[in-house]
Design a protein around this ligand. Structure first.
Ligand SMILES: [Zn+2]
Length: 401
């Protein structure tokens, strides 16, 4: 079936690429043409289904590069997670994936679940059994015994177990290998956040084994030492990337490491929640919030590829307002809206190794969003007025419609 979506403007994805009075023509799961509305109207078949947003904008579907679908985004989430059996978790994962989709997120990357359950949901979506976003998942992240997020089931000690776990995740169908390279805040019994949990040699084994399985590596890293090790080992994305100094008392920027991250186009996902204003006010406080923003600005200035993500599933980080998370980049970091659209679409797709996703162009996946208004003039206002979502050509009703 053909669908013709026309709008006051079409944002292709990359900043600066825009077609006024444009349209997108899709056939099944794929975009077949993008261009001026009049041309595409002439080109579309008589039976094409028309969607029109004359005062609105069509843009690529959004990509959230860091979520945990097995957690429910509210306080007490870990108790509920631990009490849930796999069937309960599967249903929760499917429901939250759909919630994200109804808020305009057509691609989600899950960076840590139990037993590869998010991958099962991915397969059900791919088969067409469930409506849902394009899912990428890691399965259980690698972590040392009782290390950060050990309860996801990815504990490993030594080279042998590292290789086994990577192979097992690959066998579960993982799209990416996640390694908890440094400690993390939500596992107080693990190493402190600034400290590396794996040696440089062990990390090299993770990357080697993942590469042998044809998989990229996402490394959770807060400390500068862990960040330097991650980029050196050749991971494809660094999660959090907080540049924490030894001892965790401050920021330890290393220009040589940042330059190498930029040179290799390693993606950096800061992972910040949709309601970042409340998070800063009530959870981290003004001082830490200012330091975090300074880090993101510093990385942007050094040409590092920023990849938006939310860590959705953690308390206060919900699945239903990704636009809120993107306003961090416009309102706090001060990036122009067209750049943030690029980060959350074309840029994220590249960082995640997705081909033919994240851009409105012939041959690309029919993942798109039609909104009222102009996101370049009123970023959040327009992006929250969603009229239509297509996920691989499938029409989805936006939340609240
Ligand atoms: Zn995470």
């Amino acid at each position: 079936m053909q669908q013709l979506i026309s709008a006051g403007q079409v944002l292709i994805g990359p900043a600066g690429q825009r077609i006024a009075d444009g349209a997108v023509l899709t056939e099944g799961e794929t975009i077949v043409a993008v261009g001026p509305r009049a041309d595409l109207e002439a080109r579309s078949g008589a039976n094409a289904q028309h969607h029109s947003v004359p005062d609105g904008t069509v843009l690529p579907g959004l990509i959230n590069a860091h979520v945990h679908l097995c957690w429910d985004g509210d306080f007490g989430f870990l108790d509920r997670y631990k009490a849930a059996d796999d069937a309960d978790l599967l249903l929760g994962i499917a429901g939250r994936a759909q919630q994200a989709l109804r808020s305009g997120v057509t691609t989600l990357r899950d960076l840590g679940d139990r037993n590869g359950l998010a991958l099962r949901v991915r397969d059900a979506i791919d088969r067409g059994d469930l409506a849902g976003p394009r899912l990428l998942g890691s399965g259980p992240p690698l972590t040392p015994p009782k290390g950060h997020c050990w309860f996801l089931g990815g504990e490993v000690a030594g080279t042998e177990q590292i290789r086994e776990r990577v192979q097992r995740n690959a066998a579960l169908g993982a799209d990416v290998i996640k390694v908890m390279l440094s400690g993390g805040e939500m596992t107080p019994e693990s190493a402190p956040t600034w400290q590396s949990q794996f040696s440089v040699d062990d990390l090299a084994v993770v990357v080697e084994e993942a590469t042998a399985a044809g998989l990229p590596v996402a490394a959770h890293a807060h400390g500068t030492g862990a960040i330097a090790a991650a980029v050196e080992a050749g991971v494809s994305t660094i999660e959090h990337c907080s540049w924490q100094s030894e001892g965790g008392r401050g920021t330890d920027f290393r220009e040589d490491v940042a330059d190498e991250i930029a040179r290799r186009s390693t993606g950096v996902c800061h992972a910040y929640p949709p309601d970042w204003r409340s998070f800063e006010q009530f959870v981290v406080g003004e001082e830490r919030a200012a330091a975090a923003a300074a880090r993101v600005r510093w990385m942007d200035q050094r040409g590092i590829r920023l990849v938006p993500g939310t860590d959705a599933g953690l308390p206060t980080s919900t699945f239903n307002d990704y636009v809120g998370a993107l306003t961090y980049y416009t309102d706090k970091i001060g990036l122009p809206p067209e750049r943030v659209v690029e980060l959350a679409t074309t840029g994220a797709a590249r960082a995640l190794g997705l081909h033919r996703v994240g851009q409105l162009a012939a041959g690309f996946a029919a993942d798109l969003l039609a909104v009222d208004g102009d996101p370049l003039a009123d970023f959040a206002g327009a992006l929250r007025q969603q009229r239509l979502i297509l996920a691989r050509g499938r029409e989805i009703t936006p939340e609240g419609r």
